[in-house]
Design a protein around this ligand. Structure first.
Ligand code: ADP
Ligand code: MG
Length: 572
């Protein structure tokens, strides 16, 4: 390890020289109260900024053990430190100091969710932050004095104000970690309470706008209020007792007039797989960790999925037990999305009529009369939703304002009235008795078999040009994998581009387990096991500061959307 003064000397020496000379500062420096790692220096002022780490020994950082002694607290503390580091960057960093990214100091930017991230680490020995710096230049000439100011004036201020326990707002810190711990606890309780989701009384579900995930504050905001019959009380480790609406296992409908808050409730359930920051409004809205939002996704590719539980007898005898297409229809894509989710362990399906194929959801009595079953390949979801629960133990929550036929198959019916839920189960059942739907069940005896698939390694090619591996995230819903683009537009439970980035690299990592025998599910589980044991760092040969945790369900969803994917079905 070099002394901090060595860095200063080098910066002065290379001042004014060509940008490449910045490579000389790669290395490790002792700054007294912390260690600085310059891991990777950018190639030019416009390239991705340089990757840097700071490690503060606990002797100096001083975080009490109870701020990170459980897994929930550790993840939440790391999230908190990332946010504080980012705030400090904004405060201490002067910003633009020349060409391109010159002058930038920044760290991964968390949103409303508390996710495990590689931007910050906490152990008994140290806290570490991983961030980026735009090493300054004018044109291509090194601005050494500016770099010196960044390393010796700005950075120490950032580190001191965000990575030292005594500089932080203790109350806010504990609120952050205790909120996350409570939410994790609550989520863990769901199964034994017979629930798939819980929505706390007082929760604020609507968001500021369709593109702004912060809570709605403008105009009238109606806080959530559970109907009495569905109200559940849970005692949380930190906050104590809270009450809210428990959504039971089985089949639940969310009905109600247009614009009364149905989709907003469903969206909150979709994101209930994540913890939320204090003030978000959804801190205690949690769902089963294996909850998957399902939607129609016409145009997607499908590779040898057994969609026969939903679709059979296609024109020209196309096989639906091993169904492939380059361009799925609304209904076949929705069927494949369900089967693929079940294949990798989905436990709860969330479906919104707004984003569903109508012919997949329902076939009413009159249509059954006009088009006989042997001329209709689709078995609508209404005839499968009970079997999903009875045969496979998979629950469904459906937003459906348009078809009362579903009353026959529901265990629980929630009606949204002016953003307030009412339990109308009894009423719906009485109506179903009084006005018989008269439609014939078309679902057969059982749901049918879920056929697992074995991904074949040769179909994954991450190379591009001279680069053997070139993978990057192009926004939240897109991965460039070699020369191919993976479209994740319909994978709606992704919330952070750092998840997308990690998933891109995880696809490549997963290929090591593709031996022609392991199924997709086994491969995804193997990847998650490695991450659990060694951290997200396993996905990269060098320390990366901008990965965020993701589920196996999203990793599988990305693999399924790789247009070159080739699989063989597992034979029984
Ligand atoms: P639906 O699916 O029933 O048609 P949405 O969930 O799309 O209705 O909600 C309609 C509008 O009402 C949205 O703009 C949403 O932000 C807003 N909204 C939803 N819930 C609330 C609430 N609790 N308080 C205030 N506004 C809300
Ligand atoms: Mg809606």
């Amino acid at each position: 390890m070099k002394a901090a003064e060595d860095l200063r000397r080098t910066l002065r020496r290379i001042d004014g020289r060509g940008y490449k000379a910045y490579k000389d500062i790669e290395g490790t420096y002792d700054f007294g109260s912390y260690i600085l790692f310059v891991d990777h220096v950018q190639g030019d002022p416009f390239a991705s900024p340089s990757r840097v780490r700071v490690r503060v020994p606990q002797k100096v950082a001083g975080f009490p053990k109870d701020t990170y002694h459980t897994r929930s607290r550790e993840v939440a503390l790391r999230d908190f430190l990332t946010r504080k580091f980012l705030e400090a960057c904004r405060k201490f960093c002067r910003g633009n100091r020349g060409t391109g990214h010159s002058g930038l100091i920044s760290i991964d930017r968390p949103g409303q969710e508390i996710l495990e991230r590689t931007s910050a680490f906490v152990t008994e020995l140290y806290v570490e932050a991983r961030f980026v710096m735009g090493l300054p230049a004018f044109g291509r000439s090194i601005a050494g004095r500016h770099a010196e100011a960044m390393f010796f004036e700005e950075l120490p201020g950032i580190v001191r104000s965000s990575l030292f326990f005594k500089s932080l707002d203790e109350k806010a810190l504990y609120e952050h970690i205790e909120t996350a711990e409570d939410a994790d606890f609550l989520r863990d309780q769901l199964d034994s309470l017979g629930l798939v989701a819980f929505v706390a009384d007082g929760a604020v579900l609507p968001r500021a706008s369709g593109v702004d995930p912060r809570p709605l504050t403008k105009g009238r905001v109606v806080p959530f209020e559970s109907p009495e019959s569905l109200r559940v009380e849970v005692v949380l480790p930190n906050r104590g007792a809270i009450t809210g609406m428990g959504i039971p296992k089985g089949v639940t409908l969310i009905v109600g007039g247009g614009y009364h808050g149905k989709s907003t409730l469903l969206r909150a359930l979709e994101l209930g797989i994540y913890d939320h920051i204090p003030g978000d409004g959804r801190e205690f809205v949690v769902s089963n960790p294996y909850t998957v939002k399902i939607r129609a996704e016409d145009g997607r590719r499908i590779e040898k999925v057994d969609i026969s539980p939903f679709i059979s007898n296609l024109p020209f005898g196309q096989d639906t037990r091993e169904f492939s297409t380059e361009d799925a229809s609304g209904s076949t894509s929705q069927a494949a999305n369900i089967i693929e989710a079940l294949e990798v362990g989905a436990k709860v399906l969330l479906i919104d009529e707004d984003t569903s194929a109508t012919n997949f959801m329902i076939r009413d009595h009159r249509m059954q009369e006009l088009v006989s079953k042997d001329k209709e390949p689709i078995t609508p979801f209404i005839d499968k939703v009970r079997q999903l629960y009875n045969d496979l133990g998979v629950s469904t929550v459906l937003v459906i304002g348009g078809s009362g036929d579903y009353f026959d198959v529901a265990d629980c019916v929630i009606c949204m009235v002016e953003y307030k839920p009412q339990d109308v189960t009894q009423e719906a059942k009485a109506i179903a008795e009084k006005y018989r739907a008269e439609r014939k069940p078309e679902g057969g005896e059982s749901f049918g078999r879920i056929t697992e698939r074995v991904p074949l390694a040769h179909s994954f090619d991450p190379s591009k040009g001279r680069r053997e591996v070139k993978i990057s995230s192009k926004g939240l819903h897109s991965i460039a994998f070699g020369t191919y683009n993976i479209d994740l537009g319909a994978v709606e439970q992704l919330v952070d581009i750092s998840q997308t980035r990690a998933i891109g690299d995880a696809i490549y990592y997963a290929t090591r387990y593709m031996d022609g025998r392991r199924t997709l599910r086994e491969i995804v589980e193997a990847v998650l096991r490695d991450i659990e044991k060694k951290g997200l760092d396993v996905l990269s040969p060098r320390p990366v500061g901008d990965y965020a945790a993701f589920r196996g369900l999203e990793l599988a969803a990305a693999i399924n959307r790789l247009r070159t994917l080739s699989v063989s079905q597992k034979v029984f």
